[in-house]
Write a protein that binds this ligand. Structure first.
Ligand code: SF4
Length: 392
């Protein structure tokens, strides 16, 4: 008699099969450029989630002239702002400069970003040069011959709308399934781990930002807020201007990690909300109605914070040479900040060279004004807010 075997319950499921894949030997290189600066934890969380070892995730080093000279020469693109141009050095360093070769070069095409302002603005898109940067730089490594292939490297560049978490697993799966031999299920759980890591990191830094503000409030001391794009944290792009200032004893807050606790936000924006000028602390329609660009939106929002927050007595605005996105924001941000009596200093054309001498002189000038005026700026700004600072 023929006994039929029930195949399905005993068969190995596809997801289990994929989960057992050993990826511990795969080495992934990520160029530390542009919006990797504010999403790096997502990539670490995702890659370790699919079984890549921490030690096998390699970020390129910070931007430098040497990096560009040694690894990016002859592979540049025309007509690009400096942060994009600098990418060829990062690609080259990962391809040619590793003792242990990488197997995958991961450089995502990020169309939109997670942002504290999502839901309050029209969109959170990246600059078009940022979005297309990965593609244009890749072409510099393929124009004569395929350098990736020649070095046994797979090039991975998933297209991502990071402001829409629901769609990300599918986008990551589409862009990476052939590179890492992924299943959709494991991609989903790894994406979850990626966002968990990113959220945890942001929360940690916001908490530190709040601690700085609390210290300033407690001691009636000033701090400095940096208005810049995430990649200005790269000391080859932002030239450590804020570090020089910090060395003079003024704590630095980066707008990307400004604390967003409801008590603090409501305290700062209560009057504007009550008067109907804005709908929430994250509403920037009063100063920037065409709010489509993520970093730009955040710059305008941070300018409003600087104008309100008593202990921010000085704003440093960083912008790169040839930045088309920043041009229309210069006047509004300066006006918002200066109308509140807060000091405003702009470094507007940062490029590859660090003009050390002039930076030092400007930093000394800034320090002079911060020292001289902070006391009265704090006092005047405190007078304008009628209610008490939440934790005092
Ligand atoms: S935002 Fe400005 S500096 Fe950044 S990539 Fe776009 S144009 Fe270049």
């Amino acid at each position: 008699m023929n006994i039929q075997t029930l195949l399905t319950p005993f068969a190995r499921k596809r997801s289990a099969e994929s989960l057992s894949k050993d990826r511990s030997k795969i080495r992934v290189g990520i160029p530390k450029v542009l919006n990797i600066w504010n999403t790096h934890q997502f990539w670490i969380g995702f890659l370790t989630g699919i079984g890549i070892k921490h030690t096998n995730i390699i970020f390129s080093s910070n931007t430098s002239e040497e990096q560009a000279r040694e690894f990016g020469k002859g592979r540049g693109t025309v007509d690009c702002c400096y942060p994009v141009k600098a990418m060829s050095g990062h690609y080259g360093e990962l391809i040619f400069g590793q003792k242990n070769k990488i197997n995958v070069l991961l450089s995502p095409l990020i169309y939109s970003l997670p942002s504290v302002l999502n839901g309050h603005v029209m969109a959170s898109n990246t600059c078009t040069r940022v979005m297309a940067g990965a593609e244009s730089i890749k072409s510099g490594f393929m124009k004569e011959k395929n350098v990736f292939e020649e070095n046994g490297i797979k090039y991975a560049s998933p297209y991502l709308t990071l402001d829409d978490r629901i769609i990300i697993p599918q986008q990551m799966f589409d862009g990476l399934k052939d590179i890492f031999d992924l299943s959709l299920e494991e991609t989903k759980s790894a994406v979850e781990l990626g966002f968990k890591a990113l959220d945890a990191f942001n929360t940690k830094l916001q908490k530190q930002g709040r601690e700085i503000l609390e210290q300033c409030a407690k001691n009636n001391k000033p701090c400095v807020l940096v208005l810049a794009r995430p990649y200005h944290m790269d000391n080859g792009i932002g030239h450590e201007i804020e570090t020089d200032l910090q060395a003079h004893g003024y704590p630095i807050l980066w707008m990307q990690y400004f604390p967003t606790d409801p008590d603090l936000m409501n305290w700062l924006f209560e009057e504007d909300i009550n008067s109907g000028r804005i709908k929430s602390p994250f509403d920037i329609s009063d100063v920037w109605p065409s709010s489509y660009s993520s970093n730009t939106n955040e710059i305008l929002w941070a300018a409003k914070i600087a104008a309100k927050c008593p202990w921010i007595t000085c704003v440093i605005r960083l912008s790169s040479y040839e930045c088309g996105m920043d041009q229309p924001t210069f006047t509004p941000t300066q006006k918002i900040v200066e109308n509140s009596g807060t000091l405003f200093f702009k470094f507007g054309d940062l490029d590859s060279t660090k003009p050390t001498g002039s930076v030092r002189i400007r930093v000394e000038t800034i320090v002079h004004y911060v020292k001289k005026n902070s006391g009265s700026i704090i006092e005047n700004k405190l007078k304008r807010i009628k209610t008490k600072w939440p934790l005092e």
